[in-house]
Every structure is written in C-alpha cells, then in structure tokens.
Ligand binder design. Structure first.
Ligand code: PLP
Length: 393
C-alpha cells in the first residue's frame, strides 16, 4: 500500500480517506498561504471562521439537512451526547409544556439494541431520567439470556403513549454488537409528535438519511466523519426553544453540553476542537464529491462481499447477527474456536490487515468497513478469509 500503510479495520478511531490525509499533509505547515498551520490558528480568525462555516455548509448539502435544523460541532465525544440529548430535550419548551399538561414526569423511551444504546440508557438513569425501556435486545432461543443480535417485531415494542413520552432514543448502528437498524425503521414506528433522537456515531454519512424525521441526530466524528475530538448534533430548531425566564429550565445543563449555548455562537462559544473540525470539513467534501448515494452503494458492496463468504461457510464462519439487522459497518463473526480466532488475527496481521479482534465484551472477529475503506481493502480481506478457510477447515 502507498506510504507503507496497512489495511486498518479498526472500529474507531478509524481509517480516513487517503486524499484527505494528503491534503492535510500538504497544508500542515502553511495553510493555503496564511503562514501557519490550522493547528496554530485562532478560532476567532477570519480564516478559521470560513473553515468551520464551510464544514457546516458542506455537511448540510451532503445530508440535505433542512433549514429548520441546526448543525452543531461539540466536544465530549459520542458519550457527551448521551447526557446532552436528555438534558436539552427535557429543557425544551414543547417537552416542558407537555409535562405540565400531564402533571407528572414524562418518560424517556429507550430502544436498546446493543452496548451503545445501553450506555446511553445508563447515562440518563444516572441523571435521574424517568426511563421507559422500549426493548432490551432479544431472548436467545437456546439459553433464554438477553442477547443483542436482532430486534423484536415492532408489535412487541413497549413504546409509551405519545402524550406521556418526552422523546424516543436509539442507536442506529451498534458498533460493538454489529446490529444496524434499517433506515426509517424506528421513525416509522414512533408517533410523529414524539421527537426521535438517534445516535449515528458509526453509520453517519454511509447512507442518505431523511433528517426531517428526527428530533436530533448525534454522532462522534471518529468513524466515518473525521478525527476524534469533535461530535456533531443535528437538532430540530423548535426543540431549542426554551422559556428563558424560568431559572429551572437550564439550571442543570453544563454549558459545554448546552445545545442552545452552541447554537447561539455558531458552535464556538468556547474554543472548539479546531483541527478535528477542519479535517471533518475535508471528509465532508470528499463524500460530497462522490455523493451520499455512492457511499451507500459502496458500503453495501463491501459488506456483501464479506457476508457472502460467511454465508458460504456457516459451519466455519459464524455470523453473530440476524441477517435482517446485520451491520454494513461493523461485521461480527466467530470461528469454530478461540485458537483459530487468534490464528486468524495473527495471520491477517502478517498480511497487513489489522484491528480485527472482536470487542472485549463479545470476542470473535470484528471487521469494520467504514466509508474510507476502499473496495480493494474489502477484496484483500475476503481473499484472506477464503484462503484461511481453505487452510483450516
Ligand atoms: N455511540 C456509538 C455508536 C459508538 O460507537 C461510540 C464509540 O465507539 C460512542 C457512542 C461513544 O463515543 P465516544 O467514545 O466518542 O464517547
């Protein structure tokens, strides 16, 4: 590979497009003749002002984000947004009015499909939310234990009544468990009067999304969008409406998690993660150059190649997720025993393919195929899988 690079199948932070890295390298010491690196630039400078506003505008075009949505660049990672989503929603005027009408706390509905939505749920429980668990994985047919490899049918979901629910939360792609909820599956199931909040940290920008159906979309950048250090929230503006005269409203929201504070200052009420946002802007341009539909086509192609090998040898490669819900971003499977799995990982590393070990909570193999992974990378991996099967089955 160019620059002696490796095929990096990390779940995150993960591979970036080579052309983006080359551009960053070219401009690292002297950004477009301004005599300094973006790393050294004041966020209050005119030049940086255009970098961040260009990044925002490009993302808006790429995802066709409607005008009644704000795009915010935030810090605190995907995890920061677990708390931010809850705190900001509960402060919003419409939610508070609904709660007053009900006369008791509204429920926050959580759809738990894997480790990350579970973490989102635990975070708001810590903050004292009145949680309603809509579903929590599925029961294993063999052991009866809760497992995260599928979704129960919508008829079995325990969604609250719209007038008793503040919002519905889910994670669209479970990075650890490899469960991806089909586009619009949740918004189709939820009453349109209830805002849906979605964590898209690990599948954002991999396919088109109808933003208008969400209350907010939140994501850490470090998988499909750019370097770690910045997270993004796309928020419907009416949810940022607050009764500022009521001191109760914002008392419990730290400024760094306050979407309104960021919205009112074009994402720069304090020093933003300047370099991460700059690189995200380049990635957004890279996606725009190809089109989001192309991203989706390539993502499906890449994933199909690997799943085809798994399905061709189910006695050797055991896919962990129900076919209807398996992720195109993080593909998880096991081999017949732990020894073979270690051998698989070691031999793959000898072929310059790294970061294939499954998450510590799940074991097995996880191969992450984000936007920046070229088809050639998936090809190389598939050839390796086939050879490994031939040598070891
Ligand atoms: N949500 C999802 C889907 C993730 O994959 C991750 C991290 O991998 C997070 C949230 C948490 O992000 P962070 O590590 O930036 O807090």
């Amino acid at each position: 590979l160019p620059y002696d690079r490796v095929w990096n199948f990390s779940a995150g932070p993960s591979v970036l497009p080579q052309s983006v890295l080359e551009e960053v390298q070219r401009d690292l010491l002297n950004y477009k003749g301004h005599g300094m690196s973006v790393l050294e630039m004041s966020h209050r400078s005119k030049v940086y002002g255009s970098i961040i506003s260009d990044a925002e505008a490009t993302l808006r075009r790429v995802l066709k984000v409607p005008d009644n949505y704000s795009i915010l660049f935030l810090q605190g990672g995907g995890t920061g947004e677990f708390a931010a989503a809850y705190l900001n929603l509960m402060a919003s005027k419409s939610v508070r009015e609904k709660q007053q009408k009900l006369g008791r706390p509204l429920a926050c509905d959580y759809i738990v499909t894997g480790g990350w939505s579970k973490s989102g749920l635990k975070e708001v429980e810590r903050l004292g939310a009145n949680v309603n668990v809509v579903l929590d994985g599925v029961k294993s047919a063999t052991t009866g234990e809760t497992v995260y490899n599928s979704l129960p049918p919508v008829s079995e979901w325990n969604l609250g009544k719209p007038e008793e629910t503040a919002y519905v939360y889910y994670c669209e792609n479970e990075t650890v468990h490899g469960v991806e909820t089909p586009a619009n599956f949740v918004v189709d199931a939820v009453d349109p009067s209830v805002p849906v909040i979605c964590d898209m940290s690990s599948n954002m920008l991999s396919r088109p999304v109808d933003v208008s159906r969400f209350g907010a979309i939140v994501a850490g950048a470090q998988k499909n969008m750019g370097p770690a250090g910045v997270s993004i929230a796309i928020v419907r503006k009416d949810l940022l409406d607050r009764d500022e005269s009521d001191p109760e409203v914002t008392r419990n929201i730290p400024s760094v998690l306050d979407w309104c504070y960021f919205d009112g200052a074009a994402s720069m009420p304090n020093t933003p993660p300047t370099f991460s946002i700059y690189v995200c802007g380049l990635v957004f341009k890279w996606v725009e150059g190809q089109g989001i539909e192309t991203m989706e086509k390539i993502r499906n192609e890449r994933a199909k190649m690997v799943y085809d090998v798994i399905d061709a040898h189910p006695e050797f490669f055991h896919g962990l997720v129900d076919k209807k819900y398996r992720s195109a971003m993080n593909l998880v499977f096991t081999l017949p025993n732990a020894e073979l799995e270690s051998k698989f990982i070691a031999e793959a590393a000898d072929c310059n393919m790294i970061q294939l070990k499954g998450h510590r909570s799940l074991g097995g193999i996880r191969v992450s195929l984000y936007n920046a992974m070229p088809i050639e990378g998936a090809n190389a991996f598939v050839a390796f899988m086939k050879q490994f099967y031939e040598n070891n089955h």
